[in-house]
Design a protein around this ligand. Structure first.
Ligand code: TEU
Length: 568
């Protein structure tokens, strides 16, 4: 990267909207595009540069829109193409770019492409998907892989007696990217969206589009009759080829103003260096999953305590690995992850505000592009789930059905669902303290978190010490400060279990050389700053999260105390 001419997204902050749960304009209980339009001033006030819109395409909604049946139309539940065109224009009027969610590892089984493909073994689109004959023996499926949503990853199609691959739900058949016709159709659709004014794409599980043609069985999954096929479908042999081809066919000549981020479960630092190396012209950045895998075992339902030293080692490795080549995305939350303040912070009444602002400071001070998930800016927390009927997410519901069918105790399965379910991220955004939090005038598709009475945008908008105000300040700091944007990262206190500290240093051999210290007490235990750096005690406070409080002590970090200090 040319530090004298860095890409615009090195100083940008992205905000993810999950439209179904963001704002409902027509009272049907489901968020929609016109609801997003009505909240653009909130996003402009927050200061974000880009809105990433989770899918609004036509879809049976089996996986809440990540099962697309028409890439060039808007699902009526979200509105119309004209509404989306208006959203893009009105966002642009506020200087906010719009990024669409590109889900092209798979389509819906109701997409015309798949309807044709499944109609006969000789249909011209048969090879647009992965079809295989049954195997003899105990598992007739072509491989014994488990899908991400429980059960086998192959579905028998009665019409032709063959199986088709679906790494996710059986209504999400995987596209066969080996077929150049598939790739050309996807490229054409992407260009169509760019021509409509879209500013880039978040690419869903894009490191799964190249599969190892041998489709070999994987190692057994503990407690499951199926195996882990990820060695065959993650980062297959042609992925770089496909990404470079996509860049040539879609982005070449206009990529300076665009942003691309590839969601890559299981991606390593080395792979991310290659994919985000600007010389390779593949992707600008990726979403990696290492840090959000530290608090559970192989299964997300198998919760484990998070050690801060493990988090530092992981995020530090990603900072070091992409320091000279490539670029990091920075996130705690998205529509698949539980709420950060509940997961990594402390959502008790005593520490919720301080821990939410502490975690935000910790994240936003890193080198990379921060992603704020809807509601994170006000410290929205995990919801309370009385019983399985409160859940809506196919991943959670399938796991509950699968686990209880295998004889696991329903209460224990429910206890595992509560903190980890994706539905924690999908409760409606809490705009105010009214009955449905100002999200809808109808019956919400999923229950509003009861804590919305106290935790909502309206209650925080004018409060200079709110979680919302702190996010505004962090975003403004990133926009204004080149050290935050581009400064070299150095982790401190790698072995300390309470405090997360690092420096950012701008080396421009001139008066702008600056070193910032970001120090966050991710615990309730006080920490004397002099133990870290004596000069930190008297250093200028650039931004703090609790320095307005009467118990603020320049020499001692209190519980969930976060500070950005200027060392020189
Ligand atoms: O998620 C990819 C993915 O790996 C998810 O299974 C995620 O890691 C898991 O749910 C965490 O528990 C993407 C989308 O973000 C997700 O919403 C979709 O369900 C999935 O792909 C299929 O499109």
């Amino acid at each position: 990267m040319d530090p004298l001419n860095p890409p615009w997204w090195t100083a940008a902050v992205v905000y993810q909207v999950y439209p179904r749960s963001f704002a409902d304009s027509d009272g049907d209980g489901v968020g929609d595009i016109n609801g997003v339009r009505g909240k653009l001033d909130h996003l402009a006030d927050l200061g974000v540069d880009v809105v990433w819109l989770s899918p609004v395409y036509r879809s049976p909604q089996d996986d809440n829109g990540y099962d697309i049946s028409d890439y060039r139309d808007v699902d009526p539940v979200f509105g119309t193409l004209a509404d989306l065109d208006a959203l893009i224009a009105e966002a642009h009027d506020r200087g906010i770019k719009v990024v669409m969610d590109l889900v092209v590892n798979h389509t819906s089984d109701e997409h015309p492409w798949f309807v044709e493909s499944r109609s006969s073994t000789t249909n011209p689109k048969r090879d647009w998907y992965w079809w295989r004959d049954p195997r003899p023996g105990e598992h007739p499926q072509p491989t014994s892989w488990q899908s991400f949503f429980s059960g086998p990853a192959w579905e028998l199609d009665a019409t032709t007696g063959q199986y088709y691959l679906h790494l996710f739900s059986r209504k999400q058949p995987d596209l066969n990217w080996e077929n150049p016709e598939v790739r050309a159709a996807v490229h054409e659709m992407m260009r169509w969206w760019l021509d409509r004014g879209v500013d880039g794409f978040r690419m869903d599980v894009i490191n799964m589009i190249s599969k190892h043609p041998d489709l070999a069985d994987g190692p057994p999954i503990p407690g499951s009759p199926w195996t882990d096929g990820s060695a065959s479908y993650l980062f297959g042999p042609r992925l770089h080829e496909f990404l470079a081809e996509m860049h040539r066919e879609v982005f070449a000549g206009r990529d300076a103003d665009l942003i691309t981020v590839g969601e890559m479960p299981g991606v390593t630092v080395e792979q991310a260096r290659e994919v985000t190396d600007p010389r390779r012209r593949e992707l600008d950045m990726v979403f990696q999953f290492e840090h959000v895998g530290l608090d559970h075992g192989d299964s997300k339902w198998d919760a484990r305590p998070l050690r801060l030293t493990d988090l530092k080692a992981s995020l530090g490795r990603w900072q070091a690995g992409l320091a000279d080549v490539g670029w990091n995305s920075l996130y705690w939350d998205n529509h698949d992850q539980p709420r950060a303040v509940s997961r990594f912070g402390d959502d008790s009444p005593r520490y919720r505000r301080d821990s939410a602002t502490c975690l935000a400071t910790l994240l936003h001070g890193h080198r990379g592009t921060p992603y704020v998930y809807q509601g994170e800016e006000i410290g929205m927390a995990n919801s309370r789930w009385a019983d399985v009927r409160d859940f809506r997410d196919i991943e959670s519901l399938n796991h509950y059905a699968d686990a209880t069918a295998r004889g696991e105790d329903p209460e224990q399965v429910l206890a595992a669902l509560r903190p980890a379910s994706r539905d924690n991220a999908r409760t409606p955004v809490q705009w105010d303290g009214t009955e449905h939090a100002g999200f809808t005038t109808g019956e919400p598709w999923i229950a509003v978190n009861p804590d919305h009475v106290d935790w909502n945008v309206a209650a925080q908008r004018e409060d200079p010490h709110s979680v919302l105000a702190h996010h505004r300040a962090l975003i403004a700091l990133r926009h204004a400060n080149r050290t935050v944007q581009l400064g070299a990262f150095a982790m401190l206190l790698p072995d300390h279990e309470d405090v997360y500290a690092y420096t950012r240093t701008l080396h421009e051999d001139g008066p702008d050389d600056e070193t910032l210290l970001v120090v966050c007490n991710v615990s309730a235990n006080p920490y004397p700053l002099a133990d870290l750096l004596p000069e930190a005690v008297s250093a200028e406070l650039v931004l703090g999260n609790r320095d307005h409080l009467p118990d603020h002590d320049p020499a001692v970090l209190g519980p969930w105390d976060a500070r950005i200090l200027r060392l020189r």
